[in-house]
Design a protein around this ligand. Structure first.
Ligand SMILES: *[C@@H]1O[C@H](CO)[C@@H](O)[C@H](O)[C@H]1NC(C)=O
Length: 496
């Protein structure tokens, strides 16, 4: 939250400004690869049934057809870096279909941020209630409609086949005009809302019970939340999804768009993500509380996370429980690395109008044939947050309530518009938060009160009027474990 600053200014040489990558937040890389489980399940939006499209899940392996808090916190392992976090983080699978031989699922790795500052202090956010779930983004979106409260965007780092290798950041859709991105260089990012109405999720309108905070104005906690959403203020979850596209680089033309999301979205604007709470009780409250909170910032590594969560509470890359963690599939056989068509009934809908929810015998989400073939879990499929707060009814409309509308005729022609190209950058820090480095790309960054030192160089409000953006380049090598390759990470902070 914090001021509303947006800092895309190219000309300012990065005076090794004082962004030191710390503040009231922590980050963790989950396991890289294909996620904990790949299935057509959606505990938030389509509970208790086969969901409409394929999701990649990370987090606790207590995922099941009827996932509940007990099942999730009873997970025997998690692909989150921190063991007490058995929450589920899921998103549509990303496919490459660039050579006419089918849809190839793209491996990835998440970097999850928990931000809990108002200004440079902890906002002392509430713990998520049991069974709490939320969603960010809109699966039906296919173009920039000017409404992007989750700050969704894609990035291509070190673009190949473009006239320069300057990083490309989009305003929501897939980067275009490229033949690849260096290393693990295709990324998406999303910010979850943090202000709660007190109601449980409505699968028909999964965004309605949550709202994004107002711009920071010196207020704290729920006082920063809009009316109707002051039942609780939670930590802000911000996730970067890093896709390993090395297998596809150079195998498509700059005029192609080879990417498609599992719900039949060839634009990237329909990117979305979901969260279901599975934190062991008390742990997150401590990590985000008033004092002694976990503030290793954007450069948390295993050691710093051990200091926050305990010596034996952090997964190492070579822990078998971590590397092998998976959930029993509720509907087996959906995780093939290559498929001829998108799983479920998901015709490609190019937009630019909103996509249509398809109906028909093969198109609707369905309960399992022959009953619940899985799961000893109780069928409490509706999310019933058990917060003790007697929450006020939400009256106002959500800032991103989904609406329905008609779709444009499907088309496979990708848009060739290239959006939001910018050179960015500044320094720092993956493994060593204090070392500042510049690259040849000029630039700059800045930030935003919430970080330890706010070196604002140039800033302006973004179109939402309340998104704080900080962009920086992180030179990471070993923390990601990718072939010791130095590559550029850029990220944006929504400090709210
Ligand atoms: C198509 O791309 C996939 C993934 O890179 C590759 O494995 C396959 O060999 C390609 N097929 C053809 C015919 O080029």
């Amino acid at each position: 939250m914090v001021a509303t600053l947006f800092a895309w200014t190219a000309a300012l040489a990065a005076t090794a400004s004082a962004f030191d990558c710390t503040g009231p937040y922590f980050t963790m890389y989950n396991r890289k690869g294909f996620g904990m489980s790949v299935q057509r399940l959606d505990p938030a939006v389509e509970p208790g049934m086969q969901s409409s499209h394929l999701h990649n899940f990370d987090g606790g392996n207590g995922l099941s057809l009827n996932t509940d808090f007990e099942g999730l916190t009873g997970s025997s392992c998690t692909t989150a870096r921190v063991k007490p976090d058995k929450s589920l983080y899921w998103r549509p699978a990303l496919f490459w279909n660039g050579n006419g031989t089918g849809f190839y699922r793209v491996p990835e790795q998440l970097k999850i941020y928990y931000k809990f500052g108002d200004g440079d202090e902890s906002a002392v956010p509430s713990e998520f209630p049991e069974n709490f779930q939320m969603m960010a983004g809109d699966p039906f979106k296919r173009s920039d409609d000017g409404n992007n409260p989750g700050g969704i965007r894609w990035a291509c780092h070190g673009p190949m086949g473009a006239s320069t290798k300057e990083n490309i950041f989009t305003k929501g859709g897939f980067p275009t005009g490229i033949t690849g991105c260096d290393g693990l260089g295709l990324a998406a990012e999303i910010t979850f809302p943090s202000c709660w109405s007190g109601k449980e999720i409505d699968p028909k309108n999964p965004n309605a019970h949550m709202a994004y905070p107002n711009a920071y104005s010196g207020k704290k906690g729920v006082d920063v939340c809009p009316e109707g959403f002051k039942a609780a203020r939670f930590p802000t979850i911000f996730v970067e999804f890093w896709y390993d596209i090395t297998a596809f680089n150079g195998q498509f033309k700059a005029t192609d768009n080879p990417w498609v999301l599992a719900q039949g979205d060839p634009t990237g604007f329909g990117f979305h993500a979901d969260f279901r709470n599975g934190w062991e009780k008390g742990v997150l409250a401590k990590a985000t509380g008033k004092s002694g909170y976990c503030d290793c910032g954007c450069g948390c590594n295993e050691d710093s996370l051990r200091k926050c969560f305990g010596a034996d509470q952090v997964n190492d890359n070579n822990d078998a429980a971590f590397t092998q963690c998976s959930a029993k599939p509720a509907f087996p056989g959906e995780d093939a690395p290559r498929v001829d068509k998108l799983p479920g009934c998901n015709p490609i809908q190019q937009g630019p109008g909103r996509a249509e929810r398809k109906t028909g015998p093969d198109c609707t989400s369905s309960p399992p044939a022959g009953g619940n073939d899985e799961s000893e879990d109780s069928p409490s499929s509706s999310a019933a947050p058990s917060a003790s707060s007697s929450a006020p009814a939400a009256s106002g409309s959500s800032s991103q309530a989904a609406s329905t509308s008609k779709a444009a005729a499907p088309s496979n022609k990708p848009s060739s518009t290239r959006k939001g190209r910018m050179s960015i950058q500044t320094q720092n820090a993956g493994n060593n938060p204090t070392s500042v480095q510049k690259d040849e790309m000029s630039i700059q960054t800045q930030n935003a009160g919430n970080e330890a030192q706010p070196p604002v160089v140039s800033a302006k409000p973004d179109s939402n009027g309340n998104v704080v953006v900080v962009t920086e380049t992180i030179y990471a090598t070993s923390t990601l474990g990718y072939k010791h390759r130095r590559h550029t990470h850029a990220r944006r902070h929504h400090l709210r």
